[in-house]
Design a protein. Structure first.
Lengths: 342, 184
C-alpha cells in the first residue's frame, strides 16, 4: 500500500461519521471476519484508522480497494455536494438496448482513449443506477483521488447526474458518455441540488404532481375544521381557496427537496410599460434558497404570505424541471442566452 | 363597512372575542386555550386574518365585545396588516374594546422601531398592549388568561367595571423622553 492510498484512506475515514463507520466497513468486503471483529469502533477515529491501515497492509490492499470504500459511502449517502443534471438528446436506435456491461466497457474505453491518466470505477446500485467514480489526472500526473467526480446514470433514461466536475474535465466526460449511451448530444438541464433522489424524482415525475386544468377540482382535504364549537373562522372560504391555489400550482403530495432557485434577469428597464431609453439590459440575479424550497414556496401560498395565483415563474420549477432561469425580453434584443424564455 | 360595537343586541352570559392575525399562526393556539380556560361564561372566539370581515358572515356574526390584534414583531407585514385593519373598526371600539397582543419582543435582533411604532399606535388609541410568548404552552396559557380578563370586563360580565374604565388604567403609554429606548 503506497503513501497516496494511505492518505486517501485516512481522508475517507475522517469524512465518514463515527456512527456510520461500522456499517460502511461491514459492506466493504476486503477484511476477513476475524479482522473486522478486531476493530474497536468505540476507539478514537485516528486510532481506529491506524489499526485499519495495518490490516490493509496485511491484506495487501491497494488504491483500487480504497476507492471502493469511498464509493460505498457515497452511494449510501448521496446528499453530499451539489449535483447537476444533464440530459442526453437525439437517441439513436441502439439507445434503448444498451445494457450495463456494454455501457461499462464502452465508457471506460472511450474515456481512456481521450485521456491517458484517469481512474474509472463503476458500480451498479440496486435501483438500476450506474454509479461512476472518475479520478482525473493529466498527461504528466497520476489521477487525483482526493477530488473525484461522481456520475450517476440510469440506463434507458436520458438523464445524467454529475457531482464534482470541473470545467476542464467536462468535455472529456461528455465525449465519453455520448457514444457509450448511443445518444447524439448532451445538454445542461439547469437543475441542481444536494439531494440526488429529489432531482431524480422531479425529472422522472415520481411525485404527486399537478396538471394544468381548465376547471378547478374539488379539494379532498378542506381547510382544518376548528377544534371547538365555540371557535369560528371568518375567512374560511379564503383559506380554502388559497389551499386550492397552492395545490394547483405545486401538487398535493410531498414535493421533491430542492435547495435553490436562481432567476437571472436580462430585461430592459421599462418606464410605464414602454422600453426605456437605456439600450443595455438591466442585469440582476434573484436567488431563493431554503432547506426545502418547493415546500416553503407552497407554504407561502397556502398561508397567504404570497399573493395568489402563483406566478408561472415559481410554478415552472416543477413543471419544467429546472431551477435556473434566464428571463429575457420577448423582442430580438437579447437573444444570445442559454436559458429558456418565460 | 366598518365593524360596529353596538349595532347588535348582546346575548345572555356570552362573550365574543375576535382575534385578528395576519399569519394565522398563534390565533388557533390562543383560541383553544381561551375556550378551555373559561367555564362559567359562554366564550365564542372568532378568527380573522384582517379587517374588514367578509360580508356574507355579517348576519350570523354576533356582537363582538373585544377585538384583539396579534402582532408578530419578527415580520413587518404583521404590523402593517394590523395598521390597515384598524381603519375598518368603528371608533366606538376604542373605548375599551380593543387590545394589542405582541409576540417575539424578547428577541434582541429585531428592529426596535417596530415595537416603538406599535407602542405609539396603542398609546394614541388608548388601548392596552400585552406582551406574550407564543412558543411555549405556558406562554399561550398566560396570554389566554390575560385576554379573558380583559374580555370579561369588556363584555360587561364584571359588576362595577366597564371596558372604558379598565382601559384608562391599563392603556399603553409612551414616555416623553426621546432616548428612553436606549436606557437599558
Amino acid at each position: 500500500m503506497d503513501d497516496s492510498a494511505k492518505q486517501v484512506l485516512r481522508k475517507i475515514i475522517r469524512r465518514i461519521p463515527s456512527n456510520k463507520l461500522q456499517n460502511i466497513l461491514s459492506k466493504w468486503e476486503h477484511l476477513s471476519k476475524k479482522q473486522f471483529r478486531s476493530l474497536e469502533f468505540t476507539q478514537a477515529k485516528w486510532l481506529l484508522c491506524d489499526n485499519l491501515l495495518s490490516l490493509c497492509e496485511e491484506n495487501d490492499l491497494s488504491m483500487k480497494h480504497v476507492t471502493e470504500l469511498e464509493m460505498i459511502y457515497r452511494i449510501e449517502n448521496p446528499a453530499q455536494g451539489s449535483w447537476n443534471v444533464c440530459q442526453l438528446i437525439d437517441p439513436s436506435e441502439e439507445a434503448v438496448t444498451v445494457d450495463s456491461l456494454t455501457f461499462k466497457d464502452s465508457f471506460k474505453a472511450h474515456l481512456k482513449h481521450l485521456i491517458s491518466h484517469v481512474s474509472v470505477k463503476m458500480k451498479k446500485h440496486e435501483d438500476n443506477a450506474i454509479w461512476i467514480r472518475i479520478a482525473w489526472g493529466d498527461n504528466f500526473t497520476q489521477p487525483n483521488h482526493l477530488n473525484p467526480t461522481y456520475v450517476v446514470h440510469h440506463l434507458q433514461t436520458p438523464y445524467v447526474f454529475v457531482s464534482g466536475l470541473t470545467a476542464k474535465h467536462k468535455p472529456f466526460l461528455h465525449q465519453a458518455l455520448i457514444p457509450s449511451t448511443h445518444y447524439g448530444g448532451l445538454k445542461d438541464v439547469h437543475l441542481s441540488g444536494r439531494c440526488l433522489t429529489a432531482l431524480r424524482d422531479l425529472l422522472m415525475r415520481q411525485y404527486k404532481q399537478a396538471f394544468p386544468v381548465k376547471h378547478p377540482r374539488l379539494l379532498q382535504e378542506k381547510s382544518p375544521v376548528p377544534s371547538h364549537p365555540n371557535i369560528e373562522t371568518e375567512h374560511a372560504k379564503h383559506t380554502e381557496k388559497r389551499l386550492q391555489m397552492a395545490a394547483e400550482a405545486f401538487g398535493e403530495g410531498i414535493l421533491p427537496k430542492l435547495e435553490t432557485a436562481v432567476y437571472k434577469l436580462e430585461t430592459r428597464f421599462r418606464e410605464n410599460g414602454m422600453p426605456g431609453r437605456r439600450e443595455e439590459p438591466f442585469r440582476g440575479v434573484v436567488k431563493f434558497s431554503s432547506s426545502n424550497l418547493l415546500e416553503s414556496l407552497k407554504n407561502c401560498v397556502s398561508s397567504g404570505m404570497a399573493s395568489a395565483p402563483v406566478t408561472p415563474l415559481l410554478s415552472s420549477i416543477t413543471q419544467k424541471g429546472r431551477n435556473y432561469f434566464v428571463i429575457t425580453d420577448k423582442g430580438p434584443g437579447v437573444s444570445h442566452t442559454q436559458g429558456r424564455k418565460i | 363597512m366598518s365593524l360596529k360595537p353596538f349595532n347588535k343586541l348582546p346575548e345572555l352570559n356570552t362573550a365574543n372575542v375576535l382575534l385578528v392575525e395576519n399569519e394565522e399562526r398563534f390565533q388557533k393556539k390562543l383560541a383553544d386555550a381561551i375556550v378551555l380556560l373559561e367555564n362559567n361564561v359562554n366564550v365564542i372566539v372568532r378568527l380573522a386574518r384582517s379587517l374588514p370581515l367578509p360580508l356574507e358572515n355579517a348576519e350570523s356574526r354576533p356582537r363582538i365585545d373585544l377585538v384583539v390584534f396579534i402582532v408578530h414583531l419578527n415580520s413587518e407585514q404583521s404590523l402593517l396588516s394590523a395598521e390597515t385593519s384598524l381603519k375598518h373598526l368603528d371608533s366606538g371600539y376604542f373605548l375599551g374594546k380593543v387590545c394589542f397582543l405582541v409576540t417575539g419582543a424578547r428577541c434582541g435582533t429585531l428592529p426596535y422601531e417596530r415595537l416603538t411604532s406599535l407602542k405609539k399606535m396603542a398609546a394614541t388609541l388608548n388601548s392596552p398592549l400585552l406582551m406574550t410568548e407564543d412558543k411555549t404552552a405556558e406562554g399561550v396559557n398566560t396570554a389566554a388568561q390575560r385576554v379573558l380578563a380583559v374580555l370579561r370586563v369588556a363584555a360587561g360580565l364584571v359588576p362595577m367595571a366597564t371596558g372604558l374604565y379598565l382601559s384608562s388604567l391599563t392603556r399603553c403609554t409612551v414616555p416623553n423622553d426621546p432616548d428612553w429606548q436606549n436606557q437599558d
